[in-house]
Design a binder for this molecule. Structure first.
Ligand code: FAD
Length: 623
């Protein structure tokens, strides 16, 4: 009896990183095995049922631009969509979808099951087969051996996972799932730096026990945002609102009263938690002067009564959780369906990874997702796609690829992780990117889809849609440059009605759009100034490109300047005290990090542009 045991690429873990990794590798034609604990948890959201948000939405669009599945699944599962920062500039606008947990899982599973070249198998992976620093395959819990040229590990919070509720704790990968103990032990034998992090989640509540009438409803946006470049509003299921309520002084007293039994404050938990997603006990302690904290009351789906109270993640004892929940307006009679908890897990220092996400010491072994010290589905998915793609490239004997910081948030993410490492769960923010104006949600396809096509990640449908859009943008820009409004133009009066100061000389439509008071849509709805059939996304690009042209060009100049030095190599094992003028602190940091290039040196925190200038002067003198 033949059972396939040899693959090109094996992916361990069917979470957000693993599913994108497996799909990317299979899309590139590799025979790929996805090995995961439980097929029923493929695509499961361990914490809040939502995709996107500031910085994270940007990653989702990039995954989509490279042919990944996250945005499409969010379109099929989103029950409340919003564009965050809608009134701000396009660089920081971000899409967020509240998702129906079951619909999201179903969409991911459907994609996985229908992906050619992809095989799914339910088993825990307990061991890696490594020979002479090259990964050769894996061994499962029941002793099956699967061989491959590359293995991608995406084990999330499962490695040595320890769940805490109050002073009680037990082993687990997340609530309801087993931990990965044998694999964690095996990985600790490898020459990779390992440490512990922690994260937490709030208790869930039965909606039937909540009084929504005293809360503020928060409907989604109209028109409804769409996540995927090839998605549509028609794919969205029924839309429902979220609600807002607040903690109060009494809640805070209850929490303070329980701190002596908090695993975080009694020293039971050693791992560091996510600074930007703190537990409610952390918020009370860190912001002692605040008398309330906002809670978003988010439905978990269309066919369940469970509700996710976003903002009260906690690992306090269960009796304290009940009291704190019931102290909140609208939750007075709340029935908790699942307790909140914290989980500690192993992660590996991402400085031991290359930009391709391959480990530096074991050839063919790639890491992606929470195992690298990140937090969040989006961060995990983006890394998974990159690791799966590079595993496939390696098997094909091709060079690895990773986007630069000026090209994608994915580039920022990978560069931050592999250069700086992380001491706390790393999440994406727009402020982490120096070239924010270039890295917008709206242009992720223009930045990445052609590259994705070249790499074999982008299918014909997406490619055709992309080219159509790019062509429309180019033609429309050309038309706007070539169509002039002169003093005798029949549309002059309508045009002047849009302007602060009437036209005194002829102007192209493009010049008019550049004026702050004019927007594209108002101008092209004037008779004779528009054309039929422009895709609204193409129109949006045209407007952004025109309005922000000056800023974009300036940022491009900066990128070009930076690039000239980015790849300038620094000597290996160099003693930086030889460089005149550097402060002791800078010398110590450079000596410790030993960056390979000037670009990497510049990104070490505390290394100033002045220090970089001194380095460049030194290098120049050395010839
Ligand atoms: P996961 O989604 O954890 O997937 C790992 C997969 O690997 C699972 O399917 C698992 O079964 C499988 N697996 C593991 N080991 C093995 C093995 N040996 N063999 C076979 N299969 C294996 N993110 C936030 O952004 N904000 C938060 O506030 C937040 N809170 C969280 C709270 C909790 C309690 C948890 C558990 C997670 C939280 N997260 C939060 C993190 C978010 O869930 C993760 O960042 C994201 O799921 C990581 O994706 P991943 O693919 O790396 O891992």
């Amino acid at each position: 009896m033949h059972y396939q045991t040899t693959f090109d690429v094996i992916v361990i873990g069917g979470g957000h990183a693993g599913t994108e990794a497996a799909l990317a590798s299979a899309r590139m034609g590799m025979q790929t095995l996805l090995l995961t604990h439980n097929i029923d948890t493929l695509g499961l959201m361990s914490c809040n049922p939502a995709i996107g948000g500031i910085g994270k939405g940007h990653l989702v669009k990039e995954i989509d631009a490279l042919g990944g599945v996250m945005a499409l699944a969010a379109d099929q599962a989103g029950i409340q969509f919003r564009t965050l920062n809608a009134s701000k500039g396009p660089a920081v606008r971000a899409t967020r979808a509240q998702a129906d947990r079951q619909l999201y899982k179903a969409a991911i599973r459907h994609s996985l099951e229908n992906q050619p070249n992809l095989f799914i198998f339910q088993q825990a992976c307990d061991d890696l087969i490594v020979e002479q620093d090259q990964v050769k395959g894996v061994i499962t819990q029941m002793g099956l051996r699967f061989m491959a040229k590359a293995v991608v590990l995406t084990t999330g919070t499962f490695l040595g996972g320890q769940i805490h509720i109050g002073l009680q704790n037990y082993s687990g990968g997340r609530a309801g799932d087993p931990p990965a103990i044998a694999l964690a032990r095996r990985l600790r034998e490898l020459p990779l730096r390992v440490d512990r992090l922690k994260t937490g989640t709030p208790p869930r509540i039965d909606a039937r026990s909540i009084d929504f009438s005293v809360m503020q409803p928060q409907p989604g946006d109209t028109p409804l945002p769409v996540f995927s470049y090839i998605g549509s509003v028609a794919q969205h299921p029924r839309q429902i609102p979220c609600y807002i309520t607040y903690t109060n002084q009494h809640t805070h007293e209850v929490i303070r009263g329980g701190l002596d039994r908090s695993p975080m404050y009694s020293g039971v938990i050693e791992g560091i938690g996510p600074r930007y997603c703190p537990s409610i006990e952390d918020k009370i302690m860190r912001f002692a002067d605040k008398d309330q904290h906002q809670i978003f009351v988010e439905p978990e789906g269309l066919t369940t009564h469970e509700v996710y109270p976003n903002g009260i993640s906690t690992s306090l004892p269960f009796d304290v959780q009940i009291e704190l929940v019931r102290s909140i307006k609208g939750f007075e009679n709340a029935h908790i369906t699942r307790p909140g908890y914290a989980i500690e897990y192993d992660f590996f220092d991402p400085r031991d990874l290359k930009h391709s996400l391959e480990t530096k010491f074991i050839r063919g072994l790639f890491f992606a997702g929470q195992i690298n010290g990140t937090t969040g589905y989006e961060e995990a998915g983006a890394q998974g796609l990159l690791a799966g793609l590079n595993a496939a490239l390696q098997v094909q004997g091709k060079d690895s690829w990773a986007p630069g910081r000026e090209q994608a948030y994915l580039g920022v993410l990978v560069d931050d992780l592999t250069t700086l490492g992380t001491k706390e769960p790393y999440r994406m923010f727009t402020s982490r990117a120096e070239y924010r104006l270039m890295l917008r949600e709206d242009n992720a396809d223009a930045r990445l889809t052609a590259k994705g096509r070249e790499l074999g990640l982008v299918d014909d449908l997406r490619w055709a849609r992309f080219n159509e859009k790019m062509e429309q943008i180019a033609l429309e820009r050309q038309r706007l440059q070539q169509q002039w409004i002169h003093p005798q133009h029949p549309a002059l009066a309508d045009v002047n009605a849009l302007l602060k100061t009437p036209l005194s000389r002829e102007a192209s439509l493009e010049e008019l759009i550049r004026r702050p008071e004019v927007n594209y849509r108002d101008l092209v709805t004037i008779e004779g100034l528009g054309v039929e059939g422009i895709d609204p996304l193409a129109a949006e690009q045209v407007e952004i490109q025109i309005k922000y042209q000056g800023y974009i060009e300036r940022q491009q100049d900066e990128i070009d300047k930076q690039k000239r030095h980015e790849q300038t190599r620094l000597p290996a094992q160099f003693d930086y005290s030889q460089v005149k003028g550097l402060s002791n602190e800078v010398v110590a940091k450079l000596n410790q990090t030993q960056p390979e290039t000037v670009g990497q040196a510049a990104r070490i925190s505390g290394i100033t542009p002045a220090a970089i200038s001194l380095l460049l002067v030194y290098l120049k003198k050395q010839g």
